[in-house]
Design a protein around this ligand. Structure first.
Ligand code: CTP
Ligand code: MG
Length: 212
């Protein structure tokens, strides 16, 4: 089955405050390069870039991203040709091959799946800066990427969300809103998202010992 990997890379990196994260360097490579390398085996790779960004790479297609992550994925998806598509945040530079294999197996069987990680800490409601109700953390998961779908299913989900003007922070929510279940697959904590300035230090450290 032909597999396309879509890379939303068009975010502005506001919480980190150093411009688009795709072009930040960690261990001598940009986050975009790290993410692309993690999927070199794929049949097709498509990157949604910030408007005006110049990036070319043999064998990698580029499109202009949208104003939201969902819009960026949509722009990449419309040119994708795989039977299955994986969507992977460029802000997650460390791609653990074993986790991606687990995901692919679930997508082939169930049509839609996402990597998730357990919640390591006690989870509490912030009640005006006071300790509110605790949530049973074993019932919750942190959503990672890649997420994988049959391309036709994800396309229908995006069209439906557009028609309804709904905006989601990941593709699993789009597919669920169509009524299709999304399987949860064990991810890997090394596939964390570089979001805040201190995450860059963690990424720099991991880059030094990374063996791919
Ligand atoms: N993304 C995108 N297009 C957008 C917004 C986000 O392709 N319009 C991508 C980002 O490049 C990133 C992924 O979606 O790879 C996850 O988003 P996030 O971590 O929120 O990145 P940013 O939106 O860039 O960061 P922030 O929310 O702090 O501004
Ligand atoms: Mg964002």
């Amino acid at each position: 089955m032909k597999i396309s990997v879509l890379f939303p890379a068009a975010g502005s990196g506001e919480r980190l405050g150093r411009g688009p994260k795709a072009f930040l360097e960690v261990g001598g490579k940009t986050l975009l390069e790290w993410a692309l390398e993690g999927f070199e085996w794929a049949d097709e790779r498509i990157v949604a870039l910030p408007p005006g960004a110049g990036f070319t790479r043999p064998g990698v297609r580029t499109v202009v991203g949208g104003p939201t992550r969902q819009g960026s994925v949509f722009n990449a998806l419309r040119v994708a040709s795989g039977t299955l598509v994986l969507v992977h945040d460029v802000a997650r530079p460390f791609v653990v091959r074993a986790a991606v294999e687990r995901l692919l197996q679930a997508v082939r069987g169930r049509g839609a799946a996402t990597l998730v990680a357990p919640v390591p800490d006690t989870l509490v409601e912030n009640l005006h800066h006071e300790y509110g109700e605790t949530l049973p953390r074993e019932r919750y998961r942190l959503v990672q990427t890649p997420q994988g779908f049959e391309r036709e299913l994800l396309w229908r989900a995006h069209l439906a969300a557009q028609a309804a003007s709904t905006e989601f922070t990941d593709d699993a929510q789009l597919v669920i809103s169509l009524g299709h279940p999304v399987a949860l697959v064990e991810g890997d904590r090394r596939m964390f998202k570089v979001t805040y300035p201190e995450d860059l230090l963690l990424a720099e450290g991991l880059a030094q010992v990374w063996e791919g």
